[in-house]
Design a protein around this ligand. Structure first.
Ligand code: T5A
Length: 222
């Protein structure tokens, strides 16, 4: 039986990595086999493209070219990591996926939505998330969290954008949540990590019923 596919979305520093890890741990407690992954990245080829994108090396090519690079990374990630895991009955938790392209390159980067949806049809097909958790927070708080965590490390390609870019991201994510209620749930990410974890778990329990999932024959630690 195909596993479940959960994606985390949201602006910078909203807590996606933190909450992905906590959810993976909790699901493993139910003997569910979990693959935790991220975009851009999550496979050998995609991690190389991640470096090109986040270093800003592709920025001069323009947002359409960046969208194509994100799509190329996603194609490799789907083929080598996501689809094989789902076919083995694993639950895949992915930090960012299609909505990041819709929002960063589409809504905030002004790439034509028809271009974005064309790429999506070609690359993603029916590998759609069963559940997308959109972590929602005032972008100034998210950026401050990301900056505090970074210490002296250099700021990446998209964190460098001005505040109005990040406000557009938040608005676009809220629109996606409103337009796709069967797949997406908006989560208030302002509380402590524990409060956010509780809100997420309520949604996962209600929508995906992990307590009744088949126990993984390959063990829960993967
Ligand atoms: N991108 C990606 C595109 O433009 N198009 C695409 O198609 C795709 C897939 C990826 C970049 O690529 C762009 C979007 C991104 O700019 P990344 O390095 O993976 O870059 O960056 P992010 O996904 O933005 O990840 P971040 O690490 O910046 O943020 P997270 O994962 O949302 O936040 P997290 O969990 O690392 O937390 C940040 C800090 O806040 C603390 C944590 O301990 C950490 O220090 N924190 C909290 N503090 C207080 N209260 C809470 N509730 C907290 N939760 C976490």
């Amino acid at each position: 039986m195909r596993g479940k596919f959960i994606t985390f979305e949201g602006g910078e520093g909203t807590g996606k990595s933190t909450q992905s890890g906590l959810l993976a741990k909790r699901l493993r407690g139910f003997a569910i086999g979990v693959v935790q992954t991220r975009e851009p990245g999550g496979s050998l080829g995609a991690e190389i493209i991640r470096h090109v994108l986040l270093s800003g090396a592709a920025k001069p090519l323009g947002p359409e070219a960046e969208a194509m690079l994100f799509a190329a990374a996603r194609a490799d990630h789907i083929k080598t990591t996501i689809t094989p895991a789902l076919e083995r009955g694993k639950w895949v938790i992915c930090d960012r996926y299609i909505d990041s392209t819709r929002v960063y390159q589409g809504a905030a980067g002004n790439v034509d939505p028809r271009f974005i949806s064309g790429l999506e049809r070609l690359i993603v097909g029916d590998v759609m998330p069963d559940l997308t958790l959109i972590l929602d927070i005032d972008p100034q708080i998210g950026l401050a969290r990301a900056a505090a965590r970074r210490n002296d490390a250099s700021v990446d390609r998209f964190e460098q954008e001005k505040l109005d870019f990040h406000v557009k991201l938040r608005d676009a994510y809220r629109e996606i949540a409103a337009a796709n209620p069967d797949r997406c749930v908006l989560i208030d990410a302002q509380g402590t990590p524990d409060v956010v974890t509780t809100a997420i778990w309520k949604v996962v329990e209600k929508r995906l019923a992990p307590a009744t999932a088949p126990v993984s024959l390959e063990g829960a630690a993967s």
